[in-house]
Design a protein around this ligand. Structure first.
Ligand code: CTP
Length: 403
């Protein structure tokens, strides 16, 4: 990932140093270009030390030779060509206006015009400036041009006023930029049906059996599939998560409700990913009244729930079907067995005993077991990254199926 970081002049310019670091932590190579007014707030040396790259500051540097002058004059073309994404933060009202109208009177605005890659702008300014019709019109023009605008946050501003205008958090801006670069449209035209979270099986009107699934893996898959151009239907058990925007969510509670939702939506799907931790047993006839305490021992009679994945396996046709296998031992062998029995194209094996990964965690480490016999180990990473690795394999399966 090669990112050209444009730093505008504003009180938030110092945060661009933190942003450069956050980009590098995410594996990007960063080259910095500073406007003249940015240099009033922060020294180029800060960025040079952080990024290990020369900082570009002037359109026409006064070189010691004609050759120097020429190379600095075409520097903006080189910087535009060598980078995949232009990220401007803080992006001032002045820069927004220059970009919107195509003015090119300094290095950054000239580079903008020469740049053909993705563009992310993170504005920061006084709240009244932000709300001004001229600024909003420029933003509308830039959005319509396909640029990503990282909205400023509301809060106390350096000018003493309160409202939207404060530069978004550097980590958030870095995340948006990296995502924009990683975005592929390789799932466009696909409808991905995903199940996520636990199920709850009532024992009586106030009690239920459930499990530790947080739903984070399934939600990360839904977000990743959406970002890669798919239409996404997310059938979710009870979880404490906000559904990704643009994803259709069907909320269910029990294994039976999840079964009906999945089988009902299966005809629309071209890819099915069953990441939900479905309860294997339930009380078939739930008492209508709360079960009262007695001194005696109790035992609960449980019936098996329908195996939704196995049913999908029988109905799948040429759909791609992905199952999950949460195991405490013999993971690959168990994943293989489930793949055969449930007619899946791939099973994502999860070893649940390791600390800090798997259930409830933001991280996961999985083993992808494919029908072809191939096994891919995916080391510990944020669930969103794991989701993309799973989708990478699915796109390969899709390509193999059409050949
Ligand atoms: N699954 C399902 N319906 C069930 C139980 C499981 O669709 N009633 C799906 C899960 O969504 C997952 C896969 O089956 O994709 C494997 O779930 P898991 O609980 O690991 O396996 P089980 O088949 O239930 O076997 P066991 O609990 O014995 O390991």
């Amino acid at each position: 990932m090669r990112i050209l970081l444009g730093v505008g002049g504003g009180i938030a310019a110092y945060k661009a140093a933190e942003l450069a670091r956050a980009l590098m932590e995410r594996g990007a190579t960063v080259e910095t270009v500073m406007t003249r007014s940015a240099r009033e707030f922060i020294q180029p040396l800060t960025f040079a030390s952080l990024t290990g790259n020369k900082v570009i500051t002037d359109l026409f540097a006064s070189g010691s030779s004609d050759q120097d002058t020429l190379s600095s004059a075409i520097e903006h073309i080189r910087a535009a060509r060598d980078n995949e994404l232009l990220l401007v933060a803080p992006c001032t009202a002045d820069l927004l206006a220059k970009f919107a109208h195509g003015l090119a009177d300094d290095f950054l605005s000239t580079t903008y015009l020469a740049f053909t890659g993705k563009i992310v702008l993170a504005p920061a300014m006084n709240v009244n400036m932000w709300n001004h019709a001229a600024v909003q019109a420029n933003l509308a023009t830039l959005r319509a041009r396909g640029h990503i605008i990282v909205e400023p946050e509301a809060g106390y501003l350096a000018c003493g006023m309160t409202g939207p205008g404060r530069l978004a958090e550097p980590k958030h801006i870095a995340e948006v930029a990296v995502r924009a670069l990683q975005q592929r449209e390789d799932l466009s035209g696909e409808t991905v049906l995903i199940s996520a979270g636990p199920t709850q099986e009532p024992l009586d009107p106030v009690r239920y059996i459930s499990n530790r699934s947080s739903g984070k893996m399934g939600y990360a898959l839904a977000e990743a599939a959406r970002d890669r151009g798919a239409r996404v239907i997310l059938v979710s058990g009870p979880v404490n998560l906000t559904a990704p925007a643009g994803v259709e969510v069907v909320r269910v509670r029990t294994a039976l409700e999840m079964r009906d939702a999945i089988i009902g939506r299966l005809p629309e799907a071209s890819i099915i990913i069953k990441s939900a931790a479905v309860a294997d047993y339930h009380v078939a006839k739930v008492p209508e009244q709360k079960v009262k305490k007695t001194a005696a021992k109790v035992s609960i009679d449980l019936d098996p729930t329908p195996d939704i994945l196995a049913e999908c396996g029988r109905l799948k046709g040429d759909r791609i079907l992905i199952g999950f296998a949460a195991e405490t031992q013999n993971m690959v062998a168990e994943a293989r067995r489930k793949m055969e029995v449930k007619n899946c194209d791939m099973v994502v094996g999860n070893l649940v005993s390791e600390r800090g990964i798997g259930f409830e965690s933001d991280n996961n480490a999985v083993t992808l077991v494919l029908r072809s016999g191939e096994v891919e180990q995916v080391a510990v990473a944020p669930k969103r990254e794991i989701a993309d690795r799973i989708l990478d394999q699915i796109t390969k399966l899709r390509l193999a199926a059409v050949q």
